[in-house]
Design a protein around this ligand. Structure first.
Ligand SMILES: Nc1ncnc2c1ncn2[C@@H]1O[C@H](COP(=O)(O)OP(=O)(O)OP(=O)(O)O)[C@@H](O)[C@H]1O
Ligand SMILES: [Mg+2]
Length: 215
């Protein structure tokens, strides 16, 4: 399949504000971009992928093996890619995805310590090597993200939310290595500021980095 459109991903630790920023950003992108925009998310975004998401996040499945988890993420991603992302890119649309391969490298590779290189290689099999054109990394210290989640989501923790602070620190460190290794693709945004400010900077980065998309 010919990839013509533009693929943008948003990454960052839990509670960084990825979903909040994207909710604010989407209407503005629809208004300003000269191509249709779709917003999707991982894990999920397609019927089979959402079912796999339910298995991954189910708080009862405490016995889940780290490699099983990584494989499930990659399987979910593959289906989502084939059903949603690639067809939209082939129609020359802009696809904005809440998390992608970087999340697996950071959470499974770094957080679960099964190897960032191994997780990347496995995901390259799943994606056929498709990389985002641009990744916005919402940068917040681990404690800030976790405090936001605790404050707003009492009682509703999923399996990954139950992880230790050390797990989240390893995730954050792996994200920093991804930033260092991909300075052209991944742009860090200080996401400790107010949501409106973070959203405005995301828009400014998209304008500067992908000028051809703007009307
Ligand atoms: N800039 C911000 N300042 C203060 N609170 C924020 C900000 N952005 C998001 N929040 C709040 O923090 C919580 C987490 O935000 P959100 O769900 O958007 O994060 P996320 O990065 O999508 O997290 P997850 O990785 O868990 O999906 C929400 O309750 C949201 O309202
Ligand atoms: Mg989210």
């Amino acid at each position: 399949m010919v990839v013509a459109g533009t693929f943008i991903t948003v990454e960052g630790p839990d509670g960084a504000g990825k979903t909040s920023v994207l909710t604010q950003l989407l209407p503005q992108l629809k208004q300003h971009f000269n191509q249709p925009v779709i917003l999707t998310r991982e894990p999920g975004g397609a019927k089979i992928s959402e079912k796999i998401r339910d298995v991954i996040l189910n708080p009862e499945f405490t016995e889940m093996d780290a490699r099983t988890e990584a494989l499930l993420y990659a399987a979910s991603r593959r289906q989502h890619l084939v059903e949603v992302i690639l067809p939209a890119l082939a129609r020359d649309e802009v696809v904005v995805c809440d998390r992608f391969v970087d999340s697996s490298v950071a959470y499974q590779g770094g957080g679960r310590q099964i190897g960032e290189e191994a997780v990347l290689a496995m995901n390259q099999f799943a994606t056929g090597g498709l990389n985002p054109d641009l990744t916005l990394y919402l940068d917040v210290p681990v404690e800030v993200g976790l405090a936001r989640i605790r404050q707003h989501r009492q009682n509703q923790f999923d399996r990954l939310d139950q992880e230790t602070v050390e797990f989240h620190q390893r995730v954050s460190a792996a994200y920093q290595r991804l930033l260092a290794a991909n300075p052209e693709r991944i742009i860090a945004i200080d996401a400790t500021r107010e949501l409106a400010e973070v959203t405005a900077e995301c828009l400014a980065v998209l304008k500067a980095k992908l000028p051809a998309l703007w009307q």
